[in-house]
Design a protein around this ligand. Structure first.
Ligand SMILES: Nc1ncnc2c1ncn2[C@@H]1O[C@H](COP(=O)(O)OP(=O)(O)O)[C@@H](O)[C@H]1O
Ligand SMILES: [Mg+2]
Length: 374
């Protein structure tokens, strides 16, 4: 396919996947010297309406990915379910690289590599097949364990906290994926840190954020974290060690557990992440702009707070369509509607409120939560 004619100086950036992350990348790109191209699975995907150039194709089919990236200067992803071999190309800048994406695609690879690098992770074993001896050795003396699908899970799908014998769950998950079996940790709270790395190795880091999780899914994010400063400093230091291990260009979001004995690495995403959506209104440069800047080789923007406090709440499909208009009526609330069709349990959007302090935003937060509870 011929290369698209291009004004000088404008980088052609391809985004693989047409979900809400691609949508918010496109919003951020409006002020950058970039032209965005999209590979979307379906014409109805959320990001399609914001891209001028859309290819419909399957990100897991190497030919679709190869044809798409032959038209751009640099390529990035909205999700990690991509045919990695097609990304091992010298003809185009790939950010994150196939090697970095492997961390996000495969929880087993991630646990092994982080453990090898001496990073704190939960005690774990990887099962490619059912192995009674190895399982009983690990399960012995543990009342609760966590059975995770190594591949294909998100938003808690693929994660099972098992009280009692996990063997049946292991067998079930093994029918579709390798299993990571790990210790269940008593969590005091959960944190996330986003690190952005340019091709030149220059890094910027967003402040640690508190994430509230329910049933494996993020409910809300508070920035700055309300944890002690010493713990936040330790979280940032740990995130940078994780970034050294993954070596991803662009945004690397690192989810951390706070336990009684200290910080533990949960998992990473090698792309903009739900825990960074607050940055659209709450930071000088959003995670989406910084991600695109990194991918395109532009200098990175400031990650400083633009408001003393930001709170982001996810809008997830319940029993009916969320009250979008009522949310939009709330003063000081920024509404992000992803344009997805309604389905129970599906992330349909998010709202962000910024303010001076938790007490200042408390009333608005209560109004948001009350609207979402109905
Ligand atoms: N070992 C563990 N101990 C306790 N809770 C866990 C453990 N692993 C995961 N969880 C809980 O499940 C959530 C989802 O797990 P995670 O591995 O991040 O899966 P996903 O890829 O679906 O986000 C975590 O945010 C945490 O609340
Ligand atoms: Mg997670």
């Amino acid at each position: 396919m011929p290369k698209t004619t291009q004004p000088p100086g404008r980088t052609r950036v391809g985004v693989i996947g047409g979900g809400q992350l691609a949508l918010m990348m496109a919003e951020a790109a409006t002020t950058l010297p970039l032209d965005l191209f999209l590979l979307a699975a379906n014409p109805s995907d959320p990001a399609v309406r914001l891209f001028h150039d859309v290819t419909v194709g399957n990100a897991l089919v190497p030919e679709d990915v190869a044809a798409f990236i032959s038209r751009v200067d640099a390529v990035t992803v909205d999700h990690e379910l991509v045919a990695l071999d097609a990304l091992r190309s010298d003809a185009v800048v790939v950010a994150p690289s196939a090697e970095a994406l492997t961390f996000a695609q495969d929880k087993a690879h991630q646990r092994r590599e982080f453990s090898r690098a001496g990073l704190p992770v939960p005690a774990f074993i990887v099962l490619d097949a059912y192995d009674e001896a190895v399982i009983s050795d690990f399960v012995d003396g543990r009342a609760t364990t966590v059975v995770k699908a190594a591949k294909g899970g998100y938003d808690g799908r693929g994660v099972r906290v098992v009280h009692g014998d996990p063997r049946n769950d292991i067998r079930e998950v093994l029918t579709s994926s390798a299993v990571v079996l790990e210790e269940f940790l008593e969590l005091r709270s959960e944190l996330a840190v986003s690190v952005v790395t340019g091709h030149d190795g220059v890094r910027v880091v967003y402040p640690p954020v508190d994430t509230e999780q329910r049933d494996g899914m993020c409910v809300s994010v508070t920035v700055p974290s309300q944890l002690p400063t010493s713990l936040q400093t330790a979280a940032t230091e740990l995130a940078l060690r994780v970034a050294d291990c993954v070596r991803a260009v662009g945004v690397l979001a690192i989810e951390l557990f706070v336990t009684e004995t200290g910080l533990v690495v949960n998992e990473v995403a090698t792309r903009p992440h739900n825990s960074g959506h607050w940055s659209i209104e709450g930071a000088v440069t959003s995670q989406f702009e910084n991600h695109l800047r990194a991918v395109a080789g532009l200098s990175l923007g400031s990650t400083a707070l633009a408001a003393p406090l930001s709170l982001m709440v996810n809008i997830v499909g319940g029993s009916h369509e969320p009250p979008w208009n009522d949310l939009a009526e709330l003063r000081g609330v920024y509404v992000h509607h992803y344009g997805k069709s309604f389905r129970p349990g599906r992330k349909l959007g998010h709202v962000t409120v910024t303010g001076l302090s938790p007490s200042e935003t408390a009333e608005t937060e209560a109004a948001i939560r009350s609207l979402l509870a109905h």
